[in-house]
Ligand binder design. Sequence first.
Ligand code: AMP
Length: 273
Amino acid sequence: MAELPFANTEVWRELGFASSESSEKKKRKRGDSSRVESEEDDDKKKKKKEAARPNYFVSVPITNPEIKQAVQDVQKLVLEKDSRLSRALIPVDTLHITLLVAHLKTQEQVDLAASTLSALEAPLNALLAGRRLILPFCGVGHFKQEVVFVQITEGEHLNTLTLMAESVRKAFEESGIVSGDDKAFKPHLTFLKLSRAPKLRKQGVKKLDPALFSDFESRVFGDERVCRVDLCSMLKKKTEDGYYHREKSVTFTSLLFSDDEGGATCHSHEIHQ
Ligand code: AMP
């Protein structure tokens, strides 16, 4: 039930999908019966779009408590500048890097996505070729002054991550699962997005002032050693550690908990207040 497209409006809103105003309300507002037909077309289009909203994603979780703490510190500083943004903040226990989003309509499709990810275990491990994939996070960027994220420092690791995302997309496509987002893959760690708080628009906050983040241009957030790629549900109840419900995970087994060469370690999820 929780997986039905319109089952949980609150969750959709929390995820940043603004709920659409009811068509009846709009018709009353416009007060023009000659427009009813085109409004019905609009409604159909909107419903189709809503029905195809992504409800699953494939991602790399952020497990390093140092990164979570650094993000939380920045979020706190942003709130000191503008307290209205609190609902737009991403809870640090859900931080992740999205590789792909998809709309999975049925349990069969979820199972198919899970087995597709499972089958990627060997190719993704082969991509790493025994090396550790460490993502260094530094500085803050934004998409259209609406989505704010921590940047990943340039380097070879970005190529590897991009290859991982491409493998996932290709395998999902070959299984008949279309990516729910046609944006170019630009890996990022989102910690604030305006779409999470639709009320802000009504309060006149349509764009974020870049000055809110200019202090963090060269802030170091820490390193994440990539240990896992997950297929997560956007809508199912979060797990006890505050992270998304995982349908399937691929782990980089040879690297787990082997910190013999020094550097970043894989961390289990911890609960942050
Ligand atoms: P996520 O980090 O996956 O929660 O994404 C946050 C938001 O950033 C989503 O609304 C994405 O559609 C948006 N987004 C992701 N990649 C891009 C991109 N390359 N350009 C602009 N927006 C993007």
